[in-house]
Ligand binder design. Structure first.
Ligand code: UVW
Length: 324
């Protein structure tokens, strides 16, 4: 048995010399590993298109498919308010227009992290510094650095590869807190007949989101611990060596929520996003895409996405589009 005390904080866990990409793209960078997506990567994505099928990965905003929306437990679902519709004229709440034109208008209040979304690189941090070393005080009142805006301005295009971990493990959905590693990702890819290549955008399906739509919400949220990637130093170094720009998952927060040994939560938000600049796309609907990939055995495609350009925001909704 080692005498070393168990790390209890992010800083203790990740250590004094964590894998870092800070400064790699200059002192002003705000998009991190998305810089890997140069024109060669875009052409590699385009080259993987074969059948012209299109898949949209966003879940519905509002109580459509379900009576609510999947959100991180301390967030609330969106509220859309109708501010104008035919009812306003039928009830006499507004006067008839001079030209007979009527219209519908509405507004929405929602967590910007509350639907399918890109996290800004400055969304999570520890030790007083955001991505690229920016001072955490730059987050006050809105992210002055590493907000989601530069990701929206840039857009994300490249070769995407879907890794269906649920299918690989013979399950409809992974279990609460069930985890996997980069080696598991490579094994699953290999079993699917594809190799993960440098600079691939990784779409990782756990089946967790379809579970949300299949079971009562209380059961979905009970003892919250999502399945997903589990932190290890080796995993982070693999992401760094493979120059992975972006992962997109069908979970609310992209990773195993709580490390079972240390109790530290959302470690990869810090180790991958804050330290390496890997972009996280969460709450993605991957089931239809997975069905199509399994049907013809083609697991790579063109992935495109651009979150809404919300100034200073820590994240923003997105409807990624896959063309295969
Ligand atoms: C949390 O930060 C809790 O999750 P997300 O990355 O989904 O916003």
């Amino acid at each position: 048995m080692s005498d070393k005390p168990m790390p209890r904080t992010m800083a203790e866990l990740l250590g004094d010399a964590p894998a870092l990409n800070w400064g790699k793209w200059g002192p002003d960078d705000e998009v991190g590993s998305l810089n890997y997506l140069d024109s060669a990567q875009i052409l590699r994505g385009v080259a993987s298109v074969r059948s012209g099928e299109v898949f949209t990965l966003q879940v519905q905003i509002g109580p459509g498919r379900s009576d609510s929306e999947p959100v991180w437990p301390d967030r609330t679902p969106s509220v859309r308010t109708q501010t104008m519709d035919e009812g306003f004229w039928l009830s006499g709440r507004v006067p008839e227009t001079h030209d007979g034109r009527h219209w519908a208008d509405d507004k929405i209040e929602m967590f910007l992290q509350g639907s399918t979304q890109y996290d800004a690189l400055g969304h999570c941090w520890y030790d007083g510094h955001l991505w690229n070393g920016y001072d955490a005080s730059l987050s006050i009142g809105g992210l002055a650095k590493a907000s989601v805006l530069p990701i929206g301005e840039r857009g994300v295009v490249g070769r995407g590869v879907l890794i269906d971990m649920a299918r690989h493990r013979g399950k409809k959905s992974l279990d609460k807190g069930e985890s996997f590693t980069h080696v598991d990702l490579m094994d699953a890819a290999h079993a699917q007949g594809i190799e993960i290549e440098k600079r691939d955008i990784l779409l990782i399906r756990t089946g967790w989101l379809s579970r949300y739509y299949a079971i009562p919400h209380e059961e979905f949220y009970a003892d919250w611990n999502e399945p997903g990637l589990r932190y290890s130093r080796e995993l982070v170094e693999w992401f760094q060596e493979m120059e992975i720009p972006n992962i997109a998952t069908d979970t609310v927060a992209a990773e195993q929520s709580v490390d079972p040994v240390t109790g530290v939560s959302l470690i990869l938000h810090c180790a991958l996003m804050r330290n390496l600049g890997v972009a996280l796309t969460e709450i993605c609907w991957l089931d239809d895409l997975a069905e199509a990939c399994a049907r013809d055995g083609r697991w790579s495609f063109l992935y495109t996405a651009a979150p809404l350009k919300v100034v200073g925001a820590s994240g923003a909704p997105v409807n990624p589009i896959v063309v295969r």
